[in-house]
Design a protein around this ligand. Structure first.
Ligand SMILES: Nc1ncnc2c1ncn2[C@@H]1O[C@H](COP(=O)(O)OP(=O)(O)OP(=O)(O)O)[C@@H](O)[C@H]1O
Ligand SMILES: O=P(O)(O)O[C@H]1[C@H](OP(=O)(O)O)[C@@H](OP(=O)(O)O)[C@@H](O)[C@@H](O)[C@@H]1OP(=O)(O)O
Ligand SMILES: [Mg+2]
Length: 338
């Protein structure tokens, strides 16, 4: 090993590693003189270090440990103890901040803090959809304005975190509860009941990496157009737009997601996104979150053109971000050398 090689340890799930981006980052780092390898959480980390820096998306394991998996809890404890006992080893990103994004209430509170500070300075650049935390019972939601999005409080790192429903009206609430409770068996589970904002089916994913950002335009849920509940897995929303197909009767097919949106409509909506405003929002969020890697989702209201942030994630996929490897590599170097 050459003298100036830094030793980097990582903790990512196999799913995350298989993502081209992460494997490419590991290859890039090795080619640029990092001695980078997976940390084995089943044996003492001390015996594998010392590390110059650790990178991770350990939320998956934390989520399983919190749900009672004792073997995985030992792995998480191993990691947490190492971090605690080696305070001079930089961790990208600090666990206590990353964990704040694991439930939608805490994440929303952080977003609200940023929104409020902007408002107090007379410069409110985004809104958050109103929400309440309630069980899915008709009698509990009598005063709510429909349509609503129903999301679980847990935000990430499990299948159920991404199961959600768009509920068009109060009379569909009990039926929604029946279906949502199939995967948890919790009849009285509380959900985030969030105002659905019509946004013409276009979502802007903002990937933030070491202060830089990249906007990716994605299909989203169409404006509410039917009386049925739409159950979906948020990780299975189409990630690309396809050519619009006109059916034989000349009418385009109705679809829950806007992946068939005509090019002109995507362009019209995309022109509404002001990069300068996104730059300012990104900076304010970055100052509050203090994370090297995160992402957030913006939609633009069809009627008012207001910007809404509907989600914030730690270490999203960064697909389509061309200089990701280089920027992350340099961010790690900066952490080590400062
Ligand atoms: N309040 C809302 N109004 C309109 N559309 C919404 C709203 N909230 C979410 N959506 C749509 O549903 C999608 C999934 O919601 P959200 O991002 O909260 O799920 P998630 O499971 O946290 O996603 P991720 O995979 O990014 O972690 C959003 O990307 C957006 O297309
Ligand atoms: O699976 P994908 O490539 O879509 O990546 C998703 C990522 O999964 P990963 O951790 O395996 O990367 C998700 O993490 P968890 O919420 O499940 O923890 C979440 O951050 C999504 O926002 C990412 O979607 P994207 O940012 O691309 O829309
Ligand atoms: Mg999202």
């Amino acid at each position: 090993m050459s003298q100036n090689k830094y030793k980097i340890g990582y903790v990512f799930t196999e799913k995350k590693i298989k993502h081209q981006g992460i494997q490419q980052f590991i290859d890039y780092s090795r080619a640029h003189d990092f001695d980078i390898d997976a940390i084995n959480l089943n044996i003492p980390i001390e015996s594998q270090g010392p590390y110059d820096c650790i990178i991770h998306k350990i939320t998956d394991l934390i989520s399983k440990a919190n749900n009672g998996d004792t073997e995985i809890k030992k792995q998480v404890d191993n990691f947490e103890n190492y971090v605690k006992n080696n305070p001079n080893t930089p961790v990208l990103d600090p666990l206590e901040v990353v964990c704040k994004l694991m439930d939608r209430i805490t994440a929303n509170d952080l977003l609200e803090k940023v929104r409020k500070t902007q408002e107090e300075k007379g410069n409110a650049l985004f809104k958050l959809p109103d929400y309440v935390i309630k069980p899915l019972k008709q009698e509990e939601l009598k005063d709510i304005h429909f349509p609503i999005m129903c999301k679980r409080i847990t935000a990430c790192s499990s299948k159920i975190a991404h199961e959600m429903a768009l509920v068009p009206s109060l009379d569909k609430v009990n039926e929604t509860n029946k279906i949502m409770s199939l995967s948890t068996n919790k009849e009285n589970e509380e959900f985030i009941i969030q105002q659905f904002i019509n946004h013409d089916g276009i979502l802007f994913k903002i990937y933030v990496y070491d202060g830089k950002f990249k906007v990716i335009v994605r299909p989203s849920l169409n404006n509410v157009q039917c009386k049925d509940i739409i159950f979906f897995d948020s990780q299975k929303i189409p990630k690309e737009f396809k050519e619009q197909k006109i059916m034989e009767d000349g009418v385009p097919p109705i679809n829950s997601f806007a992946n068939l949106t005509p090019k002109e409509e995507i362009e019209r909506k995309t022109q509404l996104l002001d990069e300068d405003r996104i730059n300012k929002i990104t900076k304010d969020l970055g100052d509050c979150l203090n994370l090297t890697l995160f992402g957030y989702d913006v939609i633009i209201d069809s009627v008012t053109n207001d910007y809404y942030i509907v989600d914030v994630n730690y270490f999203p996929a960064f697909s389509g971000v061309k200089d990701f490897n280089e920027v992350l590599y340099n961010a790690i170097l900066k952490k080590i050398e400062n």
